[in-house]
Design a protein around this ligand. Structure first.
Ligand code: UD1
Ligand code: MG
Length: 446
């Protein structure tokens, strides 16, 4: 049996933020949720999250099956584990300790730790990483695979700071060892905190052995303590997702300029042009083309559709098979039928557009009166002329035509022409006479 303890109660002062550090998102998902979801994927028997009193527990849980313990006063990672131990029921098990600010971690990253457990069933195991830039990580003092001490950056001598074998903040420890060592921690160090890492030196004094195992993938163990490290972690995650998308059959013409969310789903043979951003909740079908500079969130695009350039698909946009959405088009809470087209400069909100309908350039659904949203229906094969305002609630019947420049306030019956603009009058020779008179007047004025 293994229980995961996720440390997430730190103040995160280095973030300089009013949002608790572990709630800062990577790819649209809070850091701590990346870690919780991993713990659940690897089927831990229990997942205990140590939270600060300032962390909204509903936000933290958001439907996840976890136990939350509150660390009233963040006195350090050792104190956080002390609080968590109160929620651990069974003493005959291992504890996998993870940090809520180490969000890039994957199942494969943990594998060496579990493999090491086979050969060292009773030891305290530390996941280590060898990095070019050891930043402010704790440094490992080792002898063979035994770790005698982890020295925190703040307490390290210049020679110790030169060590590039670092603590990733991930451990596999029998509960019994933690119960013995945690009460012995002291806050006599540069930070005045109870360091979990002091358990390593204490283990020897108590007759236990601490060993480390080095990860082959240190980039998955990046800790996030400030905004620069947050940006770095985002880049690493995006790179990972880009690679996965491409290997799953999606063409990215310029991968580095495309941004995904943790839940983006894209079908095979879809082509994504440069500078496209996917917010959360986007599902794209097969054979879709997304042209440059599009932004989408909480929407679905069905097979064979073409989106962009410069399109904005918002919450509740559902684009039908082989439909076309062109430049400077914004769509929200709208279903666009199969093969329907809205190719230029339009806003569609709270609308249902039938199959094969054509929505002309500059068409706007006037769906909001400052208080309520109202629906617009456009029937199959209808044609809405350019620069039309559809004042909702309103229905354009199947096969109807709306004349360009209309402000449509009443329903247009099927197969009819709806025209709602002032009648045009032409005044013969007026323009010529106007020019003659105007230029004469100008000459006279000198
Ligand atoms: C910690 C390790 C360091 C390691 C690094 C890896 C210690 C003393 N140091 O340093 O050796 O290289 O992680 O990223 O453990 N937390 C609590 N309660 C607290 C303090 C912290 O829950 O009282 C949580 C934080 O929210 C965070 C995690 O523990 O998720 C780590 O704390 P942090 O302050 O970020 O430690 P580091 O300085 O990164
Ligand atoms: Mg940290």
């Amino acid at each position: 049996m293994t229980t995961a303890i996720i440390l997430a109660a730190g103040m995160g002062t280095r973030m300089n933020s009013s949002l608790p550090k572990v709630l800062h998102p990577i790819g649209g998902k809070a850091m701590v949720h990346h870690v919780i979801d991993l713990a659940q994927t690897i089927q831990m028997d229990q997942v205990i999250v140590v939270a600060s009193p300032y962390l909204d527990q509903n936000k933290l849980k958001s439907d996840r099956l976890i136990d939350v313990v509150v660390q009233e006063d963040p006195k350090g990672t050792g104190d956080a584990v002390r609080v968590a131990l109160s929620a651990v029921a069974d003493d005959e098990q291992d504890i996998l300790i993870l940090s809520g600010d180490v969000p890039l971690i994957e199942f494969e990253t943990l594998q060496p730790l579990f493999e090491k457990r086979q050969s060292c069933p009773h030891d305290l195991l530390v996941l280590a990483m060898r990095v070019d830039d050891p930043r402010q990580y704790g440094r490992l003092i080792t002898d063979g695979d035994v770790v005698s001490e982890i020295v925190e950056f703040k307490d390290a001598t210049p020679e110790q700071r030169d060590i590039n074998l670092c603590n990733a903040g991930v451990y596999l420890v029998p509960v019994k060892i933690l119960r013995r060592l945690i009460p012995q921690l002291s806050a006599e160090n540069a930070a005045g905190e109870l360091y979990l890492t002091d358990c390593i030196a204490l283990s020897q004094e108590n007759g236990f052995t601490a060993r480390y195992v080095e990860t082959p993938a240190p980039e998955t163990l990046n800790g996030v303590n400030n905004r620069a490290e947050l940006a770095q972690a985002e880049q690493i995650m995006q790179k990972r997702w880009r690679q996965r998308m491409m290997l799953s059959g999606v063409t990215l013409l310029d991968p580095d300029s495309v941004y995904f969310s943790h839940d983006t789903i894209i079908g095979k043979d879809t082509i994504i042009h440069p500078h496209v951003t996917f917010g959360c909740g986007v599902i794209i079908g097969n054979d879709v083309t997304v042209l440059p500079f599009c932004h989408m969130a909480q929407c679905a695009v069905n097979a064979g559709a073409s989106i962009g350039p410069f399109a904005h698909l918002r919450t509740g946009a559902v684009i039908g098979e082989q439909a076309a959405v062109g430049n400077f088009v914004e769509i929200k809470d709208t279903t666009l039928g199969a093969k329907a087209k809205v190719k230029h400069l339009s806003y569609l909100g709270n609308a249902q557009i039938g199959a094969r309908a054509n929505i002309g350039a500059g068409t706007i659904t006037c769906n909001y009166d400052g208080f309520n949203k109202s629906p617009t229906y456009v029937g199959e094969d209808a044609f809405v002329g350019s620069n039309t305002s559809l004042v909702a609630p309103v229905q354009i019947g199947e096969g109807a035509i709306v004349a360009a420049g209309s402000v449509i306030t009443d329903n247009v019956p099927e197969h009819s022409l709806g025209i709602a603009r002032q009648q045009q009058t032409n005044k013969p020779v007026w323009a010529k006479n106007f020019r003659t008179t105007a230029s004469e007047l100008k000459k006279q004025k000198g």
